[in-house]
Design a protein around this ligand. Structure first.
Ligand code: FES
Length: 202
């Protein structure tokens, strides 16, 4: 897995919401506490494996839907409803990735060994799934998979395109653009998708 990967537009994960994402075959959940901070964890409750993306956010904690185990922002389990008087051992914790938010996107890193990129704020345009390999998508954008961001000039203004690999034949693009005409930029990206998907089918 690459170092820092943009996995969603920040706008698409409002306060108090969970969102399931597949990143390079891994199921992850993005959730945002009511304090506005986004977290990226493995989408799996350490208790019995329920998807945490099906859970719910209260204040700044994520609650599993199945038995209600509650995880705090540090990923440690705070509360087990069936044992309300238990002091939960610190070893019970969700599997958290390093997370950051920059350039209008939520980013994750498997280890957070290097600092997250620092990008200027940008207007979110759209996230788009393309049924084509990332290598083809990035080549069509005049870039390569070595870079987490590609640019796409157009009449609608220059777009910054974060991307992540869903699996070998599917790519997610996350488009932002300072002052972009959102309707025109969205149409431009949909045309790009159509070309790439038709090329894949040919
Ligand atoms: S599976 Fe999550 S609390 Fe039981």
């Amino acid at each position: 897995m690459a170092d820092w990967i943009p996995i969603a537009l920040g706008r698409d994960v409002p306060d108090g919401v969970t969102r399931a994402v597949i990143v390079d075959g891994r199921e992850v959940v993005i959730w945002r506490g009511e304090d506005g901070v986004a977290h990226v964890w493995e989408d799996r409750c350490p208790h019995r494996g329920m998807r945490l993306s099906l859970g719910f956010v209260r204040s700044n904690a994520l609650n599993c839907l199945y038995h209600g185990w509650q995880y705090g922002a540090g990923a440690n389990c705070l509360r087990i409803p069936a044992h309300p008087d238990l002091t939960v051992p610190p070893t019970i914790r969700a599997n958290a990735y390093a997370a950051a938010e920059t350039g209008g996107m939520v980013w994750m890193s498997a280890d957070g060994a290097s600092p997250a990129p620092l990008l200027p704020e940008a207007t979110p345009v759209i996230s788009l799934a393309i049924e084509a390999a990332p290598e083809r998508v990035l080549a069509a954008l005049g870039s390569s998979t070595a870079h987490p961001i590609a640019t796409l000039p157009g009449a609608a203004g220059t777009l910054q395109l974060g991307w992540h690999r869903v699996h070998a034949a599917k790519t997610m693009l996350h488009a932002t653009g300072a002052g972009a005409d959102i309707a025109a930029a969205t149409a431009q990206l949909r045309a790009l998708r159509q070309n790439l998907e038709q090329g894949a089918a040919a």
